[in-house]
Design a protein around this ligand. Structure first.
Ligand code: TYD
Ligand code: MG
Length: 425
């Protein structure tokens, strides 16, 4: 339980009493045509991937929350972005409540030389930070992390919800007054929220999550809220000895290390916003040794997998209920788009029959409960991406064939039901 102070009630609450309390200072509603348009000013972070996730760069005066598990690389990416922005002449103050200046210097040495436009401050007292920022007037400030900040105005320990909310409120007011752009770092708690029950998400302009397997080198930056752009975009990075570097061709990256001539591996294509991603679906189907079959999936929805297996059993007569199935989207990526269905079914059948799928084949399409293969959106872009990556055969829903142009060297194999898919296999 957390104590949350309630503001004192106004004397009168009737409408008449309220309008009497504010004589003459009311604002009038205006039509949008009377609002002056000012193009928003944006600056580049020097990372094309980060810029795209933000909707085309950092909007001046905005507040951006970057969430993620500890050790995922939040401080690193912000230090690198700050370094790039400082190199293009933007004044930045990086405020760390977690690390000493010496520790930051050590990290800085790994990522390269840093311009003097980027300065550092180790401080956790918000009143003092506010005063410093008002005096220094940087264009951009980084708060690493919001959980370590505290205000003496609030009688709660740092990291508590009351403190975090107050801290963000103070910084938000400061941002509105001074026009300073803020990046806030927020650690994700065990239940997967930034700083507890999403207390911050509604206050800031954009929320980015940095995710990925700590033990693998890739990292995915995802936007879950953005007042200045789409939330469908992702950016992919790789953690290296000299900091994070962007992965500009994610399909190539996600497909690297793909096995050849083994049953159960199928390449499919999903869309992240307007960006096609080629992924490898892996399935392992083996005889169940327990009372009821085990189903497990990594990276995709287990319920969807169970449903697809039921469809296979019913429509193709394959006794799936006697088999365990493990599904994995290689590369640690998470995807739940229905267009993956056909790829998942193909991988399951390929593993079940121990028949490898052609290395140059890609499969996508939605599967319905009657075993029909249904059209998916943006088929042309998916086919194009597959052609770009050197695939030569594409299995896709028949209903997508209208208005679809096969890229050069690509053979399209339309299917309208799972029975036809078996023939392809
Ligand atoms: P960090 O940015 O400190 O994580 P966060 O701020 O999200 O807690 O990243 C820490 C990890 O990144 C750490 O395990 C070391 C690794 N790392 C590299 O592999 N290469 C590098 O160049 C840097 C700076 C860090
Ligand atoms: Mg950190």
């Amino acid at each position: 339980m957390v104590e949350a102070p309630v503001p004192a009630k106004a004397a009168g609450t009737s409408a008449a009493a309220m309008s009497a309390a504010h004589p003459g200072i009311r604002q009038k509603p205006v039509p949008l045509s009377a609002v002056e348009e000012t193009g928003e000013e944006r600056f580049s972070t020097g990372f094309a991937e980060l810029d795209r996730v933000l909707g085309g760069g950092v909007v001046a005066g905005s507040m951006i929350l970057l969430g993620g598990d500890p050790g995922i690389g939040k401080s690193t990416i912000l230090l690198q972005a700050a370094r790039n922005m400082a190199a293009s002449g933007i004044d930045i103050v990086y405020i760390s409540g977690e690390e000493s200046l010496r520790q930051i210097k050590m990290r800085g040495r790994r990522i390269g030389s840093i311009s003097d436009k980027l300065r550092f401050l180790c401080e956790t007292d918000l009143e003092s930070i506010t005063a410093t920022l008002q005096e220094e007037k940087p264009r951009l400030a980084i708060i690493d992390s919001i959980q370590t900040m505290y205000s003496a105005q609030v009688q709660a320990s740092p990291g508590s919800i009351a403190q975090i909310r107050e801290a963000t409120g103070i910084l938000l007011r400061l941002a509105k007054e001074t026009g300073i752009t803020f990046f806030l770092v927020g650690h994700v708690t065990k239940d997967g929220n930034v700083a507890g029950p999403r207390v911050l998400e509604h206050m800031v302009d954009a929320v980015l999550y940095f995710e990925g397997d700590r033990y693998a080198s890739y990292r995915i930056l995802r936007s879950v809220k953005n007042r200045f752009g789409s939330t469908n975009e992702i950016g992919i990075f790789e953690m290296r000895g000299d900091g994070l570097s962007e992965v500009l061709n994610p399909s190539e990256f996600l497909l690297s290390g793909r096995p050849h001539d083994v049953g159960g591996s199928v390449v499919t294509c999903s869309m992240e916003g307007t960006r096609p991603l080629l992924l490898e679906v892996q399935a392992l189907v083996c005889h169940t040794s327990y009372g009821y079959p085990k189903r497990q999936s990594t990276g995709t929805d287990i319920n969807r997998v169970s449903l697809l297996m039921a469809v296979i059993e019913k429509r193709l007569g394959v006794p799936m209920s006697q088999f365990d199935a493990y599904i994995n989207l290689a590369g640690g990526i998470r995807q739940t788009e229905p267009a993956l269905d056909l790829g998942i079914v193909m991988a399951i059948l390929s593993s079940y029959r121990n028949v490898p799928v052609d290395d140059h084949m890609i499969v996508f399409g939605e599967v319905g409960l009657s075993g029909e293969v249904r059209a998916v959106s943006m088929a042309q872009m998916r086919v194009q991406e597959a052609a770009k990556m050197g695939f030569t055969v594409c299995v896709l829903p028949k209903s997508n064939m209208r208005r679809l142009q096969a890229p050069e060297g690509m053979r399209l194999v339309p299917v309208s039901s799972l029975a036809e898919l078996i023939d392809v296999l």
